[in-house]
Ligand binder design. Structure first.
Ligand code: BES
Ligand code: ZN
Length: 485
């Protein structure tokens, strides 16, 4: 290992208490939906990076209004044209945590330390610890360690942190295409996102594909107000009955999507792809542990990974307006909204899928012959993304991961979505040979971190090593021939 990297790793170890404080401060800011709190989080990221020598700004959106700002700019202040330029994306918004009573390490918006039950890892608990505040502040940890070790950052960085990822990244695709957006990507050599997780808890991974998402809602309205089912049951068309009928035409209990033609564009499975699953460290037990159950549809890890990475899925998330309390309430709800989403895979597009779903629901609605009214909406969407992992950018990330963890990372795809991944890929553009510039997903957290759930956590070792991996990646990418010529 180079002496610079050794010095840097040493500094990371020394700074562990500071890193803990930094994550705790970030978790405390409840950047869930309140724009002022989100702005507070954005300002804190900006100031911290600028205090370390960056030149970051808040970018406010004017259209649509009311959005939290982007944190954008470069590090260090002066762009050094002899060095490579890497674009870093992350998000500082987090999921809600209204389920404080379900947290074994409460409260959700305070960093707590403990051992998590599922895998006995020593962890930091708190909303955002792994998705995505932990990884985002790991970038700052990394910068601080480089600076305090008196080592020049070997590349130029361009930061792009947003506060709307968990709500579909409103405004960001347009920003990336705007002049300010183009400036951020100008002369960039590659991109890196740390917003996903290892497949298990023992082998790191690098990720080269994500599913897209289209999130729908259907609303059925009927009576003008809530009715007593004793007086009106059997006499009026009930919105809930209609909604359940519609929802039940979407997917069967084996996870098979029932919308005709929806899976037409799924790429055929090749031998090469089948082979690519062979060496991956993933067992059924990983799924059982991560879900706390043995409710797997497939008994085989490869079939499970394929279902998660390369096939679409449809999940029904909830019904708004329906009574969900414990009492035996006998009312008829006047208006109910069902929510579901489809995870898309290459070659499916948001536009095609939206049309297919709309047509399908229109057909099914007609079959009901109901006098209720029904409406349909696409709430959020993001396209699927995939790149080629046999690229110097991935090789740099792989060497960095191996140096820190002593293990070569698996090359994986993922089932979750980062709505702007394809926009970022497009923002990076192509190299002089016309090949897309490379975007790598370099995760910090693990499979059992429980992103979005109660007791979200990140193993302390992963959090600390996160700074090392990101720093080693920049070191490797800088010494890599071939990312740019
Ligand atoms: N960090 C996740 C994305 C992710 C999830 C990557 C699982 C790999 C595996 C991200 O913050 C997220 O949750 N995205 C949402 C986007 C949606 C709300 C538009 C998702 O995937 O549900
Ligand atoms: Zn998330």
């Amino acid at each position: 290992m180079s002496s610079d990297l050794e010095k840097f790793f040493q500094k990371v170890e020394e700074l562990k208490p500071t890193f803990k404080t930094r994550l705790g401060d970030a978790i405390k800011i409840q950047s869930v939906s309140d724009v002022d709190l989100k702005r507070q989080m954005a300002t804190s990221l900006k100031s911290q990076i600028n205090d370390l020598g960056g030149d970051l700004d808040l970018h406010e959106f004017d259209n649509p209004p009311g959005l939290p700002p982007l944190v954008i700019g470069q590090y260090p202040k002066e762009w050094d044209k002899s060095k490579k330029t890497i674009v870093v994306y992350g998000h500082y918004d987090v999921q809600p945590a209204d389920d404080g009573d379900k947290w074994k390490h409460p409260p959700p918006f305070e960093l707590t330390e403990g051992v998590r039950e599922v895998d006995q890892k020593k962890c930091y608990f708190g909303r955002g610890s792994t998705d995505d505040k932990g990884p985002v502040v790991s970038w700052i940890n990394m910068l601080e360690a480089y600076q305090k070790a008196n080592i020049d950052l070997p590349v130029n960085l361009r930061f792009l942190f947003e506060g709307m990822e968990e709500s579909g990244s409103t405004g960001l695709p347009e920003f990336i295409k705007s002049d300010d957006g183009k400036k951020l990507f100008e002369n960039a050599d590659a991109g890196v996102i740390s917003d996903n997780y290892w497949l298990g808890t023992t082998t790191p991974c690098l990720t080269y594909g994500l599913r897209g998402i289209v999130y729908f809602s259907i609303t059925v309205s009927g009576p003008a107000w809530e009715l007593h089912s004793g007086l009106f049951g059997g006499t009026v068309y009930e919105p809930m009955t209609d909604l359940i009928a519609l929802l039940s035409t979407l997917v069967d209990s084996q996870g098979k999507i029932l919308i005709p033609d929806l899976s037409h564009d799924v790429e055929p499975l090749t031998q090469e792809e089948i082979d690519s699953y062979k060496g991956i460290d993933y067992t059924m037990q990983d799924l059982y542990t991560a879900t706390g159950s043995k409710t797997a549809i497939y008994d085989d890890p490869t079939a499970t990974l394929m279902a998660r990475w390369r096939y679409p899925s449809l999940s029904i998330h909830g019904i708004e307006g329906a009574y969900s309390g414990p009492d035996t309430k006998t009312s008829i709800a006047p208006k109910v909204t069902g929510k579901f989403s489809i995870r898309t895979v290459p070659k499916m597009t948001v536009e095609d899928i939206s049309t297919m779903v709309r047509d399908h629901l229109d057909r099914e609605w007609k079959k009901l012959h109901s006098k209720n009214t029904y409406s349909f909406k696409v709430n959020d969407a993001g396209e699927t993304w995939r790149t080629k992992p046999d690229h110097p950018n991935f090789e740099a990330a792989s060497r960095a991961t191996n140096t820190v963890w002593g293990k070569k990372p698996d090359l994986t795809r993922e089932g979750g979505s980062i709505p702007v991944s394809l926009n970022i890929q497009e923002g990076l553009g192509t190299d002089s040979e016309g090949n897309p510039k490379s975007l790598v997903l370099l995760p910090v957290g693990t499979a059992n971190d429980g992103a979005h759930g109660p007791d979200e956590s990140i193993p302390i070792e992963n959090y600390v090593n996160g700074a090392k991996v990101l720093g080693a990646y920049l070191y490797e990418v800088a010494n890599e021939k071939g990312v740019v010529e």
